[in-house]
Design a protein around this ligand. Structure first.
Ligand code: 9D3
Length: 225
């Protein structure tokens, strides 16, 4: 998969893209991430990428010209994209079904905004999709783009080892995780549940399923539908 990210803060991505799952996916040749600095495409001598809103009001708006120029230049050089995704607070909320859908594509373009938001014509005539990562206020779309890229990358075939590709593990699908323990069996008097030390695989499975279900009922009843 190819993910092109257009941003005013490309340097924010260096740590994340150079580590963890995104690094592994790129090293294995399963993912390519390209970063483009939108400011490169500013036309005036001040390299402006934002301007004050028509109609007045506080804040600044991302301008059409540099954003269209950046997207069109990347498309010209690398060919067409399956989706041009605007990261905005007004977008469709990212969830695992949407992540799975995005992971089917070959090429994604992510547009991370700053300031109050994008000129509406970017949303209408350039983007094919708008995505939010949740109902809280970020300072820009960059962190949202990284969240999306990480979630998509780990679903690409071959990125995770076999033992980790357990997302669809039959009994845990759609439930919160059961409690995990590792050595020691007694830490400051807090003991690991006996069943986990019993060696009885069937009882272990049963206990985990029960715990996952109880935990989901208590914390995230919405997941049970
Ligand atoms: C305080 C400013 N808000 C006025 C009501 C609007 C606003 C504009 C721009 C709020 C946040 C942002 C920057 N956020 C994003 O670009 C963003 C975002 C987010 O804030 N939350 C969840 N997902 C996303 S995706 C992009």
């Amino acid at each position: 998969m190819l993910i092109d990210i257009l941003t005013l803060f490309a340097e924010m991505f260096t740590g994340v893209c150079g580590g963890s799952i995104l690094k592994r996916a790129q090293e294995k040749g399963l993912l390519e991430i390209h970063l483009t600095d939108i400011r490169q495409y500013a036309r005036d001598k001040h390299r402006s990428v934002d301007d004050s809103p028509y109609g007045g009001g506080a804040g600044m708006v991302m301008m059409c010209e540099p954003v269209f120029a950046a997207v069109e230049d990347v498309q010209r050089r690398r060919g067409p994209f399956d989706e041009v995704i605007l990261l905005t607070p007004q977008g469709r909320r990212l969830d695992q079904p949407l992540v799975r859908q995005l992971a089917q594509h070959r090429r994604l373009m992510l547009l991370a905004g700053r300031y109050e938001g994008f000129d509406e014509r970017i949303r209408e005539h350039l983007a094919t999709m708008e995505i939010s990562i949740g109902d809280y206020v970020l300072s820009g779309g960059e962190l949202a783009a990284m969240v999306l890229a990480d979630a998509v990358a780990r679903l690409l075939p071959g990125v995770l080892g076999d033992d980790q590709s357990s997302e669809e593990d039959s009994f845990s699908a759609g439930l919160l995780e059961y409690p995990h323990y590792t050595r020691p069996a007694d830490f400051r008097g807090w003991k690991v549940p006996d069943v986990l030390l019993s060696g009885n695989h069937q009882q272990v499975q049963q206990w985990r399923q029960q715990q996952a279900l109880r935990r989901t009922q208590q914390r995230r009843p919405d997941l049970l539908g």
